[in-house]
Every structure is written in C-alpha cells, then in structure tokens.
Design a protein around this ligand. Structure first.
Ligand SMILES: Cc1ncc(COP(=O)(O)O)c(C=O)c1O
Length: 319
C-alpha cells in the first residue's frame, strides 16, 4: 500500500470506528459522502463529532460544505459497497489539501482487487503520500476476519493508546495473522486473478445494462440490481435463487427506504459459462420481477430520454 506503517485491527468496523474516534472530537466537522460505510458514521458518532454530509461522489458539493464549515476530516470509500461506484479520489484529495483537511479513504472494496499489485486505488493513482489514513476490511478480497489502517509510524503507536477497539477488545490470534500473510502472497503474486475479475465484472455490467437494468454508476465488481421496495426485492431474490444465483439482499438501514437491492459480488473464478448463465437468468426473470416498473428502471429510462447524468443520491448509506 506504500504506507509508512500499518495497524492490524479485529475488523474493518473496528478500524473505522477506532480511527475516527481517535482523530476527531466534538469540535471537528467530519465530511462524509452520503454512501460512506456505516462504520465510518459510527466512528463519527463515537467521537462526538458533527457529521457534515455531501452528495454521493460530488466533489463540488464537498468543497462548498468545507468552505462553509471549515477544515476537518473527509471520509470516503474508494469503491462504494452498495452500488459499486468509484470515488473521484484525485478531486477529493485536491479539495482536502487546499482546505487543510485530514483525508480518510476506506479501501475495503479496492484493496486486493485494484492496482497492479492489489495495493488499492489510492496507491495505484499515486496518491498514497497525500491521503493520511487508508482503512480496509480484510473480510473481502483477503477472505479473512480482520481490518487494517495504513498510516504513519507515529500514528500507529498513538492508536494503541487512544482507540477504544485497541484498548478494550482482544486482538487477532497468530493463526489469523498467518492466514492473512498467506493471502497477501496470493494477492501480490497472482495479478491474473485481478485481471480476470475486472474482465468478468465489465462483461456482466455491459450485458445487464443492455438488458435494461439500472446499474447506477457501478464501475467495479459490485453490481446492484435495485428493485426498490422490499417486497419487490424479495421477489427478485427468489427468482434469482430459483436459478441458482446468489446475491446479498440490501435493505434499510443498509439502503434508504424503498431503495433496496440485490448486490452481486463478482469474483475471478467465475467462468464464461457461469457469467452467461447469470445473464440468461436476468434476461428470463425480467417480467416475473416486473423489472420494467422498478423505480430504478424508470429513472434509467428518463435519464436516457433527457440525456441527463444521474442526480445526487439522497440520504444514502451504508452497508
Ligand atoms: C466499505 C466497508 N467498510 C467497512 C466494512 C466493515 O468491515 P468488517 O466486516 O471487516 O467489519 C465493510 C463491510 O462489511 C465495508 O463494506
């Protein structure tokens, strides 16, 4: 990750809550993208800091908020966990630096999957020296049960004495660390898996988009099918599972009410035949799940008709 130091945490949740609680207090404005992960919001809450939200992936709105409330901490995800959109990191970093803010980027969904050696998006974009803290869940590409903070040497020591998860919760066990170390070798040395992952994800996104699904701004291995109201999402889940396709149900509080969805997480081991089976299933179920009338499909249609970009996501969140 091209970081000076790192801290292994018990989970991504502990990394984010412990970090924000340590770097912010009641006087700190914390600027959070509306779709930032819930653990970052929980960190803001436990720091007693004030959360200042900005529209999803909208650097201009972020800058207006910073000008209004003053220097603070900016928190974003590199790849957003519900809809797979990618943060405009260069812009966010520029704003942070121009206005004297501390930057925190959650790389849970890019560590291992992005960058030539799996180092994540911040390092791959050459921004490692400009982002103060990068956090990650190691329960995603690393397939373990842990979290991580990339930071300075000095902060790594400070964290041990200041963060509640480090002080009040037991640490990782040696066999867990050994497992992560072995996975790290795979991540570093088997770049073909990353290439395959992105080929697979791009293929599926392209085909599902052609079938009329609104994939929002997914640019990654996370692909969301947003049926909207929960009963519709359950119908979608059942239709997919009947065809052997398993996604995760995301509904409130992980999404705004009536914007529930099924999240497909694509992996590098999927074969072309398996991808085509997903495409076929998604083609076949469209009437059964009433895809044409989902609010997200209507938004896609009206966007295409007016040639407009996606509007800001209102009060989002967070899984
Ligand atoms: C972006 C993001 N950050 C943090 C977490 C929390 O990680 P963990 O499950 O390791 O606590 C998750 C997922 O669960 C996540 O998607």
């Amino acid at each position: 990750m091209r970081a000076e130091a790192g801290i292994l945490c018990q989970s991504g949740w502990c990394a984010n809550t412990g970090l924000i609680q340590t770097v912010a207090n009641e006087r700190t404005p914390v600027y959070a993208d509306m779709l930032a992960h819930m653990s970052l919001w929980e960190g803001i809450r436990s720091a007693g800091a004030s959360a200042v939200t900005f529209h999803h992936n909208d650097p201009e709105h972020l800058e207006r908020q910073v000008l209004r409330h003053g220097p603070g901490v900016i928190v974003v995800d590199s790849v957003y966990s519900t809809i797979g959109s990618v943060c405009p990191l260069a812009e966010v970093v520029r704003i942070g630096h121009e206005h004297g803010c501390v930057l925190v980027v959650d790389e849970s969904h890019s560590l291992g999957t992005h960058g030539p050696d799996g180092e994540g998006l911040v390092a791959a974009l050459g921004l490692a020296g400009q982002v103060h803290f990068r956090t990650a869940s190691l329960a995603k590409a690393f397939a373990g049960r842990a979290g991580f903070i990339a930071c300075s040497e000095r902060f790594a020591t400070y964290f041990r004495y200041e963060s509640n998860p480090a002080i009040f919760s037991s640490t990782l066990l040696p066999y867990e660390v050994a497992g992560l170390r072995a996975t790290l070798e795979v991540v570093k040395n088997e770049g073909w898996r990353r290439e395959r992952l992105h080929v697979n994800a791009t293929y599926l996104r392209t085909r599902l988009d052609e079938l009329g699904y609104n994939l929002h701004d997914s640019q990654s291995q996370i692909i969301a099918l947003e049926a909207g109201p929960e009963p519709q999402t359950i119908v979608l889940r059942d239709a997919l599972e009947a065809r052997g396709i398993f996604g995760s149900v995301f509904c409130a509080p992980a999404t705004p009410k009536n914007r529930s969805l099924i999240r497909l997480s694509i992996n590098s081991a999927l074969t072309q035949a398996e991808l085509d089976r997903i495409v076929q299933a998604c083609r076949d179920i469209r009437e059964e799940v009433d895809m044409a009338n989902w609010p997200s499909t209507r938004r896609k249609r009206s966007r295409a008709a007016t040639g407009m970009a996606a509007g800001p996501l209102l009060r989002g969140s967070l899984a």
